[in-house]
Design a protein around this ligand. Structure first.
Ligand code: ATP
Ligand code: MG
Length: 393
């Protein structure tokens, strides 16, 4: 297993910063678009928690469709952790007057009892135990919280109320057990949900931590390591010149896209500018072939899954309009190109902000209203322009 603490691209500065915020008593909401490496950071925090004085539990809640399922996952993550003593658990469960033995051999019987368990109360007691733990400080890292909230919202009014109740309960648990630190993250925007569900107040208590792409030197180290570790098919080395050129060609330096690109480099490593460029062009061509749809298809799927029917059409139109333009389109240029008489400029601007938030687009400089909106990931732009996904496909 790679020891990421020794790697420039191992997100060590970010992880140290997050733990410092934890130590300052802050809970964190980590932001960043699809595939940036948010879950990677969580996994490293679990590995390295001890060195920073924390025990981190990671809980993935995509796939949960009821608050009860989330409580249950949290309970399971806590009760199965080796640092929670059997004694602690038995005190809690005895108090609850229920015969549960999460570590028992008879899993069948255990699950029978779990069905009738009051998960919310159980979680509250477990958190109290973590809060009162004299030996360890605990942190709970929740991955894909917004996907869960979205699943509730999709059920309609009742679901939105469920989401709000859940977030209010979460807030209450946080303040009742202040020694336990929390980090929430996810691949879709949580703010629009919080606005719709009226729980912005709960989110406001989290310190927003923005994860950034890798730096150029980090990207080069990462690419060269990949080859050296034998992780690039048919390649044992990537030259400095190639690593630099790959980072530039991808534009947005997330490990995921750097790797996807590198996997398509021709077999022979090159150092001369022209030959390097030829390798880059070949890799780009390969990457965009239809069999690579999985690499970029997540972005299309993201819109299909997570945008409302109303939003979806506009998202596809906007991206299809911008895709042919390497340097992007300004707000007015785009407004004209779309030619939708019912779409006002402000609504379009709002929608573009959503697409920026989700990582599709960016505007540079961001504060310049006249600056063009363009794709963040160059190969994604080219892929989009080639396949031109449609709302009603
Ligand atoms: N700094 C890094 N070094 C090495 N590999 C990385 C790094 N960051 C991310 N990766 C790898 O890139 C891939 C995508 O990262 P990850 O799953 O963490 O992204 P994410 O932001 O959680 O994406 P999603 O929004 O889709 O959940 C993973 O295979 C991960 O291991
Ligand atoms: Mg993730």
């Amino acid at each position: 297993m790679t020891d990421y603490t020794k790697k420039s691209y191992g997100r060590n500065a970010e992880i140290a910063a997050i733990f410092s915020l934890f130590k300052a008593g802050k809970d964190i909401s980590q932001h960043g678009p699809r595939r940036l490496g948010k879950t990677f950071v969580l996994d490293r925090m679990v590995e390295q928690g001890k060195a920073h004085g924390f025990i981190c539990l990671k809980v993935e809640i995509a796939g949960c469709t009821e608050p009860k399922m989330v409580f249950r996952r949290l309970c399971e993550a806590i009760t199965t952790h080796r640092s929670v003593t059997t004694r602690t658990l038995s005190i809690i469960t005895q108090r609850m007057g229920q015969i549960i033995n999460p570590r028992g051999e008879q899993t069948g019987a255990w699950y029978q009892n779990l069905l009738s368990l009051d998960w919310e109360t159980y979680l509250e007691r477990l958190l109290a135990a973590l809060h009162n733990d004299k030996k360890h400080q605990w942190a709970i890292l929740i991955d894909e919280l917004p996907i869960f909230l979205k699943a509730l919202h999709d059920k309609g009014e009742d679901g939105i109320k469920q989401a709000r109740d859940f977030m209010n309960l979460f807030s209450r648990l946080r303040s009742a057990q202040p020694n336990v630190r929390w980090l929430i993250t996810g691949s879709i925007g949580i703010d629009p949900l919080a606005r719709a569900g009226n729980y912005m107040g709960v989110l406001a208590k989290f310190y927003p931590y923005q994860l950034e792409p890798l730096s150029e030197p980090q990207s080069r180290d990462y690419l060269k390591d990949l080859a050296q570790l034998g992780l690039i098919q048919g390649r044992m080395a990537i030259t400095d010149q190639e690593a630099q050129a790959v980072a530039e060609a991808v534009g947005w330096r997330a490990a995921y896209y750097l790797e996807a690109f590198a996997q398509n480099l021709p077999a022979h490593p090159e150092t001369e500018t022209e030959k390097v460029q030829r390798n880059i062009n070949t890799a780009m061509e390969h990457l965009l072939k239809s069999h690579n749809k999985t690499t970029f298809g997540t972005w299309e799927e993201h819109i299909r899954k997570h945008h409302s029917e109303q939003q979806r059409g506009l998202s596809f139109r906007i991206l299809n309009a911008i895709a042919p333009h390497e340097t992007g389109l300004t707000l007015d240029g785009l407004h004209g190109a779309l030619g939708l008489p019912t779409l006002n400029r402000e609504a379009l601007r709002q929608h573009l902000m959503l697409l920026i938030d989700e990582g599709f687009l960016y505007r540079e400089p961001f504060d310049d209203e006249a600056a063009p909106f363009r794709f963040r990931i160059t190969p994604l732009r080219l892929w989009w322009n080639q396949y031109r996904p449609q709302a009603n496909a």
